[in-house]
Ligand binder design. Structure first.
Ligand code: ATP
Ligand code: MG
Length: 278
């Protein structure tokens, strides 16, 4: 059994059932990537794995015990979550927000150590936000803010990291930088990473284990991207006709959507000026 796995999960919000009887196993030391169409349940699964959402049935197991049996601080020392959306407290600086990642490590009497300080600085350096330390989080660009949240999760220094769309808002160079950083953590640091990504080609490049979810919180396929990704699977899960070729740089699957076929005159949307003329 792996350090983090779930059995027979039913995940639901008040009105919506997102998944039933969902089982998932995160290979230890893997860079696991979850892909799937909008609203299929990726974030919901991540929240359940991080104990932010209580399953209606089934259980999540962390290091051999039900995750619900741990104290929160104990979960936070083992596992860090970067949620899809986070709201920073009003008027907080970058440095102070990243420092919050150290809370699970603080002792009752000894409040803030030089080690805490060093970890916070290193986390900001790794994510390229050190220069922003004194800025207000509210006043950052979307991409800068995303990297600050990532720094906060890194400062938590957990061996398992769950990252929900860590590359949202980032330009292509920063996307690659963040994914490279994740790959380094996984390769050098022995971390277990689970990331939700929308870019299938990046997912195929970086994932050592790929989980493809379909609507209804169902796992359509999982495994090595080169073994599971086919045009048929992409069309079935995303409804997108495409070709799959070898990525010229890495040899991993590269998904190329089919060219657009012009809709017939009948189907095309009516332009605004045509509306006016009607
Ligand atoms: N807090 C909530 N309350 C009620 N329903 C929710 C809540 N959060 C998500 N849902 C619903 O649960 C379903 C799964 O949502 P989820 O956020 O897990 O999707 P996702 O796969 O992460 O999508 P995306 O790619 O858009 O982030 C959706 O139908 C969504 O509307
Ligand atoms: Mg989501």
């Amino acid at each position: 059994m792996t350090r983090l796995h779930a059995e027979h999960l039913t995940l639901a919000y008040e009105q919506t059932t997102v998944a039933t009887d969902l089982g998932v196993e995160i290979p230890d030391g893997s860079f696991t990537v979850i892909v799937g169409p909008n609203a299929c349940g990726k974030s919901t699964l991540l929240k359940a794995l991080a104990r932010m959402l209580k399953p209606k049935a089934g259980g999540v197991y962390l290091d051999g015990r039900l995750i619900s049996a741990y104290r929160s601080r104990e979960v936070a020392r083992r596992l860090g979550l970067l949620p899809q959306t986070s709201i920073a407290p009003n008027g907080i600086t970058v440095g102070d927000l990243v420092a919050r990642g150290r809370y699970p490590h603080q002792k009752l009497l000894k409040q803030w150590s030089s080690e805490d300080e060093a970890v916070v600085t290193e986390s900001m350096r790794l994510t390229g936000v050190l220069d922003l330390a004194d800025r207000l989080v509210d006043e950052l660009s979307g991409g800068q803010r995303q990297r600050v949240w990532l720094a906060m999760v890194l400062a938590q220094q957990t061996s398992i990291l769950l990252l929900d769309e860590p590359t949202t808002f980032l330009d292509i160079a920063h996307q690659v930088e963040v994914l490279d950083l994740c790959a380094d953590l996984h390769e050098d640091g022995g971390h277990t990473l689970v990331a939700v990504l929308h870019d299938l080609n990046q997912a195929c490049r970086y994932a050592t284990h790929l989980i493809v979810m379909r609507p209804g919180g169902v796992i359509a396929a999982q495994g090595d991207p080169s073994e599971i990704i086919t045009a048929g699977l992409v069309e079935e899960v995303f409804g997108l006709p495409c070709r799959v070729i070898d990525d010229p740089e890495t040899g991993t699957p590269l998904i190329v959507p089919n060219r657009r076929v012009r809709k017939s005159e009948h189907d095309r949307p009516v332009a605004v000026h045509e509306h006016a003329a009607l």
